[in-house]
Write a protein that binds this ligand. Structure first.
Ligand code: F6P
Length: 521
């Protein structure tokens, strides 16, 4: 039987739930580090929460989590351990993998990164850092560099180049000068075509201005694949390593965060790690030490997500930060959640029993209010929302922040409680639209670490419930393979419509492209 049938959804609307139990505004709120998390506007009561936690218990969540944290092969389809939590463990922790303490390795790299970051930060000749990477080798550092811009070194500007579209790199090269730019090439595998193409072009640009010898001072690499880094032409002494057990979308805590560390400094970067560790500790204490699912806030949020997806059949979730600095946070979460839980078969390769990961999307408030909130309020789809806001901004412009936060609180209220209009249907706000409200005193490195780790664990909990491997990403392979096969055709090789790898529609599109690409504009 589908386990989700054991969950009986509430019949009452949010208006009715609050009317019958005003204490839910206090009871359905929890603290996770500095985060105040409020799920009172979610369609749950004590009975539904009990049912949801029972599903989590039956899935063996505490044992699964314990195994994950102690280095079991939790990425089964790739046969890998999943130990990103070790990246934010304090130096006196021991996480033993095959008789070896990986925390010691982590801190050795962190120390090397700190020394390097301090050197660059005090080197007046360097003004610009260009991070070249894609997916997890871009989104984490790019998102965090923007989120923590208030902490950035005043002389340093960070740029992030990811797209193989030359427009991305060309834009950055037009803004920087070879003699004052540091390129950080980030790729776990060092085989990713977008990253290698951008890195080669950047290298040629640098060498044509300063000569081959400049590569040593202006290029560093972050990777797990030393021999490929060397093949590319970067000295292994200029490489920062990490490990197979760090998944790309979980890697911002590792050397993948080097550009961020150079920008905000070693101490602030360690605060980010401490924030991640705060959440790891919450998970460990509640699940591993005490097996108390009820006290685990991340499990509560994850299971509310399961309620939306598997019982109420909601297909998407919006993440709406009321902080301009978090503009890239929804994009970051898209990879974290959709690459992890966008799966249709279980770990064992059988079809899943019900829906899996939702579509994640969002934009900062208040901009979104003037774009897509109409659908959130009156559309035919109900979209669960995560609102994120902060008590104190990093600027001192009078009046703005109260207005921003008033909008956040107003939106959560309007969605939940609506406003009836008996006479004009188009002015009727139905309400009963769910949201979670996440607040923190300020967007500091530690708070950002807590936010990221909270979502990481939420995604994992849901993956366990759905029985999928949240740590592989086979779904991105086919497109890569086909693009590699098509590239020579675009460059001039003859298009063979009967080729088994090129379907007729693609062959016709390629032919059109070849006919048009050399035409004068
Ligand atoms: O998109 C697939 C993917 O493998 C991501 O999981 C990863 O973050 C990205 O490509 C980049 O990979 P790499 O760091 O190896 O260049």
């Amino acid at each position: 039987m589908n386990v989700f049938r054991s969950i009986t959804p509430v019949r009452e609307t949010l208006n009715e739930l609050f009317a019958s139990d005003p204490t839910r505004a206090d009871r359905y709120v929890g603290r996770l580090g500095e985060l105040r998390i409020d799920w009172s506007r979610q369609p749950v009561n004590d009975d539904v929460l009990r049912d949801l936690r029972m599903v989590a218990r039956k899935a063996g969540l505490s044992d699964r989590f314990s195994a994950l944290m102690s280095g079991a092969v939790s990425n089964v389809t790739e046969g890998r351990r999943v130990l990103h939590s070790a990246l934010r463990a304090p130096s006196d922790r021991v996480i033993d993998v095959d008789g070896h303490n990986v925390v010691a390795d982590v801190h050795a790299v962190l120390n090397a990164m700190s020394t390097f970051a301090a050197r660059i930060r005090s080197d007046e000749r360097i003004t610009d850092i260009v991070n070249i990477g894609i997916g997890g080798s871009d989104l984490g550092p790019a998102m965090a560099a923007q989120a923590l811009q208030a902490y950035r070194h005043p002389r340093l500007r960070a740029h992030f180049v990811s797209n193989v579209d030359g427009a991305d790199l060309a834009r950055v090269l037009a803004e920087v000068r070879p003699e004052s730019t540091l390129f950080i090439v980030v790729s776990k595998t060092f085989t990713t075509i977008e990253t290698l193409t951008n890195a080669r072009t950047a290298r040629t640009w640098l060498v044509s201005a300063l000569g081959e010898s400049a590569v040593r001072d202006h290029f560093v690499a972050v990777s797990t694949a030393e021999e490929k880094v060397v093949e590319f032409g970067i000295d292994p002494a200029s490489m920062f390593g990490f490990w197979e057990w760090v998944g790309g979308r979980y890697s911002v805590w590792s050397a993948v965060g080097l550009s961020l560390m150079v920008l905000i400094g070693g101490d602030a970067f360690r605060e980010l790690l401490a924030g991640g560790h705060d959440v790891d500790e919450h998970m460990r204490l509640t699940l591993v030490e005490h097996d108390r699912l009820d006290d685990n806030i991340v499990v509560t949020l994850a299971m509310i997500g399961v309620l939306h997806r598997n019982v109420l059949e909601r297909t998407s979730k919006a993440v709406l930060p009321y902080a301009q600095e978090l503009a890239r946070f929804p994009a970051y979460l898209q990879q974290l959640d959709m690459e992890s839980n966008g799966k249709r078969v279980t770990e064992r390769g059988e079809p899943v029993d019900g829906a899996t990961g939702p579509i994640i999307w969002g934009e900062p408030g208040t901009n979104g209010q003037h774009a897509f909130y109409q659908l959130l309020h009156q559309g035919t789809d109900v979209v669960p929302v995560d609102f994120i806001g902060f008590a104190r901004p990093h600027h001192d412009l009078d009046g703005h922040h109260d207005l921003l936060m008033a909008n956040l609180f107003a939106q959560a209220q309007a969605l939940a409680f609506g406003r009836a209009s008996a006479t004009e249907t188009h002015r009727h706000f139905p309400g009963d639209r769910p949201s979670t409200l996440i607040l923190a005193p300020q967007l500091t490195p530690r708070v950002l670490g807590q936010l990221i780790a909270m979502y990481e664990h939420l995604v994992y909990v849901q993956g366990v419930i759905w029985g999928i491997d949240s740590f592989d990403q086979w779904g991105v392979e086919l497109g890569k393979e086909l693009a590699t096969g098509l590239a020579p055709l675009l460059a001039g090789e003859s298009v063979n419509k009967s080729s088994p790898t090129v379907d007729p529609a693609t062959a016709a599109a390629v032919q059109w492209y070849r006919d048009h690409r050399t035409m004068p504009s």
